[in-house]
Design a protein around this ligand. Sequence first.
Ligand SMILES: *[C@@H]1O[C@H](CO)[C@@H](O)[C@H](O)[C@H]1NC(C)=O
Ligand SMILES: *[C@@H]1O[C@H](CO)[C@@H](O)[C@H](O)[C@H]1NC(C)=O
Ligand SMILES: *[C@@H]1O[C@H](CO)[C@@H](O)[C@H](O)[C@H]1NC(C)=O
Ligand SMILES: *[C@@H]1O[C@H](CO)[C@@H](O)[C@H](O)[C@H]1NC(C)=O
Ligand SMILES: *[C@@H]1O[C@H](CO)[C@@H](O)[C@H](O)[C@H]1NC(C)=O
Ligand SMILES: *[C@@H]1O[C@H](CO)[C@@H](O)[C@H](O)[C@H]1NC(C)=O
Ligand SMILES: *[C@@H]1O[C@H](CO)[C@@H](O)[C@H](O)[C@H]1NC(C)=O
Ligand SMILES: *[C@@H]1O[C@H](CO)[C@@H](O)[C@H](O)[C@H]1NC(C)=O
Length: 682
Amino acid sequence: MALIALSIFVWIAFLDTGWGSKPAAYHSLCRLEERTADCKGKRLSSVSQDLPPGTMELFLDANVIQTLKNASLVRYQVLQSLSLCENGLELIEPGAFLGTRSLSSLSLANNALSVNYSATAAALGTLPALRKLDLSGNLLNEAMMATLIQDLSSLESLSLAWNSIMRLDDSHLQNLPRLQHLDLQHNYIFEIETGAFDGLRWLQQLNLAYNYIPCMVEFDLTQLRMLNVSNNQIEWFLAAENDAAFELETLDLSYNQLLFFPLLPKQNKLRTLLLMHNQLNFYNNIFNDSEGTVQLLFLDGNITNITTLDLWAENHHSNLSSLQFLDMSWNQLWYLPERFFEGMSSLAHLNLNHNCLETLQIQESDLLSTLVDLDLSYNQLQDLQMNLDHRSSLANLRTLSLSTNRLRGLPAKIFTHTTKITTLDLSKNPIKLCASNAAGGSSCIDISNAGSIRNLFLSGCDLEILDTHIFQGTSIAHLDLSDNPRSLLDGLGPLKDVAQSLQVLCLRNTGLSAARTNMDFSAFQKLVNLDLSENSLATFPESLAGLELQILDLRRNRLHALPQHAMQKLGKSLHEIYLSQNPYDCCQLGWWDALHDSDTVRILDWNQVTCNFSSKFIRVANLPESVIQNCKWLTADMTLLHLVLVLPTCLALLVAFVIIFLTFRQRILQMVKSRYRRSSPY
Ligand SMILES: *[C@@H]1O[C@H](CO)[C@@H](O)[C@H](O)[C@H]1NC(C)=O
Ligand SMILES: *[C@@H]1O[C@H](CO)[C@@H](O)[C@H](O)[C@H]1NC(C)=O
Ligand SMILES: *[C@@H]1O[C@H](CO)[C@@H](O)[C@H](O)[C@H]1NC(C)=O
Ligand SMILES: *[C@@H]1O[C@H](CO)[C@@H](O)[C@H](O)[C@H]1NC(C)=O
Ligand SMILES: *[C@@H]1O[C@H](CO)[C@@H](O)[C@H](O)[C@H]1NC(C)=O
Ligand SMILES: *[C@@H]1O[C@H](CO)[C@@H](O)[C@H](O)[C@H]1NC(C)=O
Ligand SMILES: *[C@@H]1O[C@H](CO)[C@@H](O)[C@H](O)[C@H]1NC(C)=O
Ligand SMILES: *[C@@H]1O[C@H](CO)[C@@H](O)[C@H](O)[C@H]1NC(C)=O
């Protein structure tokens, strides 16, 4: 009995929510799943009234609901999340949310709520449990924004991105005591008055990216964890000069016009500091200390406050002991002050690429033991000095990028410290490599000590002919030697120590040419990606057919044909191949058909592959029929030639024979006759 009662009860409960009676997937327009109804892009002009009343999540995006009418959601009493993006919505009638007291998330992005914002504001004010609101892309200015959010004291997350807000003062963001996330990116904000965010005591994340803010002074939002002011016009960033403990963990000041290193809060928890794409520099080397002060004039209403700041005092920056990620790339740094890294005892990722650094001294042993990635590429470095006395110096370094500098060497014995380094980029530096045990000094780099290296980039270093033992003791998987036109003039010998481990090998423009050198690739059994372009190879290295190559680049060589059987064998593993800029013979294209017809191989430059037909270059992809015919004739020619040569000789012989026969017919006949007679018995 109890069981029956229970099941009836459950049945009634199902009927009540509407999910038991109607199998979910059967609504005529909307897709139903669990307690979610998805009615996106169905040209609806009002909220469907025949969805299950138990719907908790309702998507009505990309419809044509211009007005959300009174009581249109009254049927959906347990609705928690409603999305009405991209509807051209102009008005939410004040009674629209009647009965939906549990709505906690409302997305109204990309509509036209500026048209009748005061009526809409009244509607929003009836949502007591709203925690998340998206008003982005509604052409709202600051007054409309203030009206719309005036009664939303329960909000925790608010997006006002992509609107027309120009300035903020303390009247605009009132009565939002619980707000934690505020997104104001992509507006036109050029002025933020002091106290504008004072009411937001729980604010943790503030995004002001893509606005027109010219400076940030007296920054004092101590509770903020993330501040994003990237892509503005900021020239100054000055935190309030006090000893308050800031919670700030992430500060994004990238893509601005900062001239000075920002004045950060003294006590902070900064982990990530992004300063790339500014105009940062230090000026102490230019100006004398005494001249390094500036006077800032703060105008706050009728109060004028003059503060003197020692902006160029380089070493008194704040406590950055939690900083892990510092990006100062794309600035104008031409030196870093002495002891700049002092106290950065957690820094793991340091990015200084695209600056004007000529020398770099890192003395701080703290920093050198925590660094994992160091990127110094695209500078003018001639000299890199590191204090490697400490045993743990560079012990955690994994990636070192020094590409495009003027380095001739590296700090002596650097590789005895970098036991975890996997990637080293020395490309585009005038370095020299020397084999182990060679007396080189610090003017040449001995890679053979760096046993942990897996990726080594040496392109464009103008290397001499490589010594045969240059890579001894390493197990490099990815090697780029391209644009060193002398490096392999003596053949592949220098690569024999890494032949077993190489997977990706770039030998573009390295002076290889099969006629002169030994081109045996059969030891490179793990190779999957090989670049042999720009090497004037006249014959295809047949040993490649024994590998399982996936990518092969043969551009800009002197190949006349490729061996068809080798290409067929290679085609089993090959995914991608580059073939253009070779003088292939138009009449020997059997290999092309083999490759082109393969389902697995893609000829990435198929449209540029040309062949030579009596010194005219023709695209192989649409070879004219006449050329094909001519090629057939050319091959047929040989038989013809033989015929032409042999036929006259035969004819001449025949004619000669006939003449001889005719001239000497009488005599021959007589001879035959006489013989016949003599032997015939009568
Ligand atoms: C909508 O409801 C509000 C109050 O709930 C009422 O003042 C208003 O007149 C209604 N509008 C329409 C068009 O019914
Ligand atoms: C705004 O909405 C109110 C109430 O629905 C209406 O009376 C008024 O005409 C609307 N104004 C505009 C400009 O649409
Ligand atoms: C800051 O905002 C911009 C724009 O939305 C975004 O691209 C960037 O990743 C953000 N920065 C951080 C640190 O999240
Ligand atoms: C810096 O000060 C020294 C004297 O202390 C002076 O000779 C020099 O000219 C000053 N340099 C600049 C750039 O003002
Ligand atoms: C500044 O203006 C306020 C009123 O706005 C006034 O009460 C105050 O006396 C003014 N102070 C000065 C220093 O002029
Ligand atoms: C001027 O600024 C300083 C430092 O920011 C502050 O201590 C002082 O109270 C300010 N004075 C006025 C009048 O606002
Ligand atoms: C910096 O802050 C850390 C804690 O965040 C503290 O342990 C350290 O002593 C501080 N260093 C200085 C120089 O104030
Ligand atoms: C093209 O073919 C002709 C013979 O048909 C040959 O003389 C010429 O050298 C070839 N051109 C090139 C670039 O190989």
